[in-house]
Design a protein around this ligand. Structure first.
Ligand code: TMP
Length: 200
């Protein structure tokens, strides 16, 4: 049975590299796989991504635009692919809004929960791979990047709150997550992913 799998973690956790490997591994098993991302994944979503990553705005606007892009993404990409029997791998989904806008920016958790119910009450990922790293490790990896976006430019305390936001979310729905220590070598992360693959 096809599944909806999301990849989460702080900037610098390395999730996007692991997503590419995971998609290839699923394809090698004969599955049809759609790889997508948030914010983004649709023409409108990608335009919203540009704005979200580079333009200053209020916290509420940021959260609403994340969910606006998500609604479009769900309707245009995620649901149709799932209905067609394809696997959907998304580089981030609603957990990121709880972590970044809820944890990082301090937006009210209950308000985000209301938005989540409004936008996708009947849809949750079947599995979320949460790539967890200490903030210092993530920041070291990011420092190799020449141009940082509005989120990546935030300070360590912001990322500590993002990480705490992710952990709060995991604690609320523990059965949905595979917790992956992403501070270890790529090879070690990959062998953990191989274990996850055999379990789904
Ligand atoms: P990416 O660099 O992993 O593609 O994600 C882009 C940035 O958007 C990342 O710094 C996290 C942020 N983001 C949020 O703040 N809230 C969200 O809901 C999503 C999906 C991403």
């Amino acid at each position: 049975m096809n599944k909806f799998i999301t990849f989460e973690g702080m900037d610098g956790a390395g999730k996007s590299t692991h997503l590419t490997w995971f998609a290839e591994a699923l394809r090698a098993r004969g599955h049809e796989v759609v790889v997508t991302r948030e914010p983004g994944g649709t023409p409108l979503g990608e335009q919203l991504r540009e704005i979200l990553l580079h333009q200053p705005m209020s916290i509420g606007t940021e959260a609403l635009l994340m969910f606006a892009a998500r609604l479009e993404h769900i309707e245009q990409v995620i649901r149709p692919a799932l209905q067609a029997g394809q696997w959907v791998l998304s580089d981030r989904f609603t957990d990121a809004t709880f972590a970044y806008q809820g944890g990082g920016r301090g937006m009210d958790w209950a308000k985000l929960t209301e938005l989540e119910h409004w936008v996708h009450a009947d849809l949750q990922p079947d599995l979320t791979l949460f790539f967890d790293v200490p903030v210092e490790v993530a920041r070291q990896r990011l420092s190799a990047n020449a141009s940082l976006d509005r989120f990546e430019q935030e300070q360590a305390d912001f990322f500590e709150r993002v990480r705490a936001g992710y952990h709060r979310r995991v604690a609320q729905h523990p059965q949905r997550y595979a917790l992956i220590d992403a501070s270890v070598s790529l090879g070690e992360v990959k062998s953990k992913l191989e274990q996850v693959l055999t379990s789904i």
